[in-house]
Design a binder for this molecule. Structure first.
Ligand code: SF4
Ligand code: SF4
Length: 456
């Protein structure tokens, strides 16, 4: 699983090696990769869930009827593993109550109505100067800006960037791989906000004290690699590495293997092998927000898939109802499946009554005609072809796990097949000729095991 170098025959660019296994789903990025980021219209109402991140929900600090400004903090971090929430609009708090989330659980949310008379200018806060701020001041500024991993994981970024005592970061990796089909937000951010990425890098370098910085981009985004190289300031040493196109290369542990030839141990973190990895859009966001003291109140996402009429990359206010997004973008026929995120690792939504959150990388829609042949197809028994073993980037045995899952033998899945190492990339499901929904089985098994643990 070591990385290697080779020359691209086309332009002489050095292309890095990659990790073992993985798959090549159709990229399906051409519809939106050339479309510049546009502002999405404001909805007539918004709802901001206070839990959009891994960790403790933020604490609401506004009350019903209160006037708020766009960018104003409306919920404060509650403890270290928590981040602030900011109002996406200038308007009025219409209520505080339960809202549905993608998981089907109800979470607390703040309902907002925009003011028709407002220019929706964003409120600035206290700037954090990278030259003079201490490490703790930068970490606090990132937490108060509400920054979480914009690649979809939703982990609070300040927590990820705090180097644990006794650990050392030698390499800072900026993840611009975006290997999920259809998604092109990171691509556009790298092209249009390369300067912000560099500003963000300065903050990250101060936090990590890394000696080496690599920005990773896949070969299907060569223009983004060029834009980044051109934006590197003369006083920074930044390598822009181009990787072969392969799924799921954007998973940080695989990216570390591909670039550094290091393997993050099972249950370990990148810092255990001397690396810190941050998504490129998150880095750009830090570069935009911290110098002005602003908080996250919108994010760039891809509206794509054959079911969307006005495809594109849009800057969408956080809390915009998905129903408004779909109605505004329009559909090309009767709606079938809608995914938040890409079709490989994203989640199909069961209701359009959920809002866009900080973790929404894209809204990918298919019409009923397009999803019918996929969802209605028959599942056959496992023929032991081994394709799923060849696809799994973690060298797990999806075939055996699938058989165990079918019989509810979840304990064996964990003890013998390392179920919890599976990060649900869907590569095994993608290649299975018997159409066995392996990754869905693994999700159910994990949920059952977590429930059992909680009960115990
Ligand atoms: S979903 Fe899990 S088991 Fe399947 S290929 Fe991905 S990591 Fe391996
Ligand atoms: S790919 Fe499907 S049919 Fe082939 S071994 Fe894996 S589970 Fe069985």
């Amino acid at each position: 699983m070591l990385s290697f170098l080779r020359k691209s025959p086309a332009d002489g660019t050095t292309i890095r090696g990659t990790f073992a296994h993985g798959v090549h789903p159709p990229e399906a990025k051409d519809d939106t990769s050339k479309l510049a980021i546009r502002q999405f219209p404001f909805a007539p109402s918004f709802v901001v869930p206070v839990s959009q991140h891994i960790g403790k929900p933020a604490k609401v600090i506004v009350r019903e009827g209160q006037k708020v400004r766009r960018g104003e903090c409306i919920a404060e971090p509650d403890g270290f593993l928590s981040v602030a929430m900011h109002s996406p609009v200038t308007g009025t708090v219409r209520g505080i109550g339960p809202v549905p989330s993608i998981t089907g659980r109800m979470v607390e949310g703040i309902f907002l109505e925009p003011s028709a008379a407002s220019s929706q200018e964003v409120m600035h806060g206290t700037p954090c100067d990278v030259a003079t701020a201490s490490v703790d001041e930068i970490l606090t500024a990132i937490q108060r800006a509400g920054v979480v991993g914009l690649g979809g994981a939703g982990f609070p970024t300040h927590a990820k960037l705090k180097i644990p005592e006794g650990k050392r970061c030698d390499t800072l990796l900026i993840n611009g791989v975006e290997c999920e089909p259809y998604l092109t937000t990171d691509h556009r951010v790298m092209l249009e906000h390369a300067a912000d990425v560099m500003v963000g890098l300065r903050y990250l370098l101060k936090l990590t004290a890394a000696k080496r910085t690599i920005i990773a981009v896949e070969a299907n985004k060569a223009d983004a690699a060029e834009a980044l190289r051109a934006a590197v300031p003369s006083d920074l040493q930044v390598e822009v590495a181009v990787l072969p196109v392969k799924y799921p290369q954007g998973a940080e542990k695989l990216l570390i293997t591909a670039l550094l030839g290091r393997e993050v141990p099972s249950g370990g973190l990148p810092i255990d092998v001397g690396a810190v990895c941050t998504n490129v859009a998150t880095t750009a966001e830090i570069g935009q927000l911290l110098p002005t003291g602003q908080g996250i109140q919108e994010r760039v996402l891809t509206l794509g898939g054959p079911g969307i009429r006005d495809k594109g990359n849009y800057r969408v206010p956080i809390g915009t109802p998905l129903r408004f997004v779909m109605e505004t973008a329009g559909t090309t026929g009767e709606l079938g499946h809608v995914f938040l995120g890409g079709p490989m690792m994203g989640q199909a939504v069961s209701s359009l009554d959920i809002p866009v959150t900080k973790g929404t990388t894209g809204v990918i829609a298919f019409t009923a005609d397009q999803t019918g042949p996929l969802t209605d197809r028959l599942e056959y028994p496992c023929i032991r072809c081994g394709a799923c073993l060849e696809a799994c980037p973690l060298f797990l045995n999806p075939s055996r796990m699938g058989l165990l899952a079918k019989h509810g033998r979840y304990d064996e899945m964990v003890a013998e097949e390392h179920l919890f190492d599976c990060f649900e990339c869907g590569s095994c499901t993608f290649v299975c000729p018997s159409h066995i929904p392996l990754v869905q089985h693994f999700r159910v098994a994990k949920t059952q095991m977590r429930r059992r643990k909680a009960k115990a």
